[in-house]
Design a protein around this ligand. Sequence first.
Ligand code: ADP
Ligand code: MG
Length: 608
Amino acid sequence: MSDIIRLLPDSVANQIAAGEVIQRPASAVKELLENAVDAGAGHIELIVKDAGKTLLQVIDNGCGMSATDARMSFERHATSKIKEAADLFRIHTLGFRGEALASIAAIAQVEVKTRRMEDELGTHLVIEGSVVKSQQPCACTAGTSFQIKNLFFNVPARRNFLKSDAAEMRHIMEEFQRVALVNPQIAFSCQSNGKILFQLPAANLKQRIINLVGSGFQEKLIPVNQDSNVVKISGYVGKPESAKKTKGEQYFFANNRFIRHPYLNHAVEDAFSDLLPEGYFPSYFIYLDVDPSKIDINIHPTKTEVNFLDHQVIYSMLRSAVRQAIGKFSFSSTLDFEAEKSFDTYFPKDRPVVAPGIHINPEYNPFVKKQQAELKLTAPLQQHDNTDWEKLYDVARNVHPSDQSGIKSLTIDADFDSEAISRGFMQFQNKYIVSRVKSGLMIIDQQAAHERVLYERMLEKIEQQKSSSQQQLFPQTVNLSAPDAELINELLEEFSLFGFQIEHFGQNSYIIRGIPADLVDENIQTHIENVLENFKNNQLGLKVDKKINLTRAMARNMAVKPGKVLMPEEMQSLVDDLFSCQVPNVSPSGKTIIITIQSDEIEKRFGN
Ligand code: ADP
Ligand code: MG
């Protein structure tokens, strides 16, 4: 019997390889766009007909190719990007396997026109199913234009397998956006069936993101930055309120390449975990720069999956970078949409603004220095001589921004410094704490603020196992409903982390032998019932861990409620505590804690 092993002809080998590299029109788009980027183009145009089934064209003004290189570029393993195996570990270009063009040419009718800047004439090459049909000199602009016609014309099974135009077009857009998001310095345009879909000028990253995902993001991006010798993290995350119910805008890029990384995705989602309701996903555009030798991008042919050598370190750095970024955002000088809305609810347009008169309760005057406030607390309001009101103006004048002699200096700006807050706090509607800051007025929701403070404190204590318990002299018995009893049985261990000592006492009864040391005059039965209620509500809305959920429930129940009058000292210490929190601006249940009304806005409203 004769030998039976044969080497496959290149055209067949290429067609097989094509199955791996080019699964659908979008894969060809990705390869062509990346080649154009690697060619140093400043402008890249994508033209699509019938979702790429009829035509895909990419025109760039990059370095172009010589006639020989153009011919060579379609050979398998033909690349200008690596020369030897060692190059694999320092790759900075997007392509390097030299497979893309060979694969595309194996399954489509391809036409290339390309010219290098220094050449007078370019070259025009036609290839169909790996067979060169013609090549001749031509006059064309510097750069390269690839036309891919009738993709899979010779692989009917593949062609039939393609999805609807709308679905294939979505894939193409995805690839286009990913490439555009890593190359804001390159202008891109995209048209489909003669209609322009995107026209993206060269821009900075933030502008590029906004041009791609919509101007709604203008006010919603928080910069993330963290530099270390393991990884450089940069980019933007969307503010919690911009989270969506779909995993829409979630982008990771490693060394300028779009990647999928469920593990790192978890780091970001975890950083947002207590800020978003269940079913909501944060938006992010995160760029990781790592030493190419510490990343293996080659584990998957389409290269969106990567392995990092230091993935655990990167995980924790990413999580903390995002967390910090979220924590800082409310102090940026921009006024966000949420704040503007709230502003209107405090000062409704349809009601006349009443000028503050002498009936102001002086204790609530934000400008009064601490001793004065204390002094006045002892003097009933009616005893004030009405002519005294002038003194209020004197005090107020003392704290005019240009003269801060009578008061601690106020400098809240991009970075918050708790020292910088004025001592003057005013409670509004027994619900909000109002204070003057350098950039304008700051309004804090007292309940949400307290919830945040308690939450972070408790979480820290349970994490360090430092919660203390006060033994009950006369242990109380609580009787719960059957579902609550079932729930508490599951949570006994978590309750004990907070300092509760709860013992099952038959049926749905429990004996409470110890309670958290800082839980003061509470009806324990009500406290536990409320906490369980909050826990259940959270559970409906949030997919968080039991311990965290219980902490939130506990904090929510213990926080001061609207309607509680706060003394100036109480407001002061609440504000101080709040600003020592990691995430001072959003409550554990995702509510906005602080809004600022910029001086400019106030001036504008007065027409000044
Ligand atoms: P790879 O990108 O992995 O090197 P490709 O098959 O995508 O492999 O491309 C082969 C070669 O063709 C590239 O290495 C590059 O030299 C050249 N090439 C491809 N596209 C362009 C382009 N738009 N402009 C200039 N050269 C290109
Ligand atoms: Mg390539």
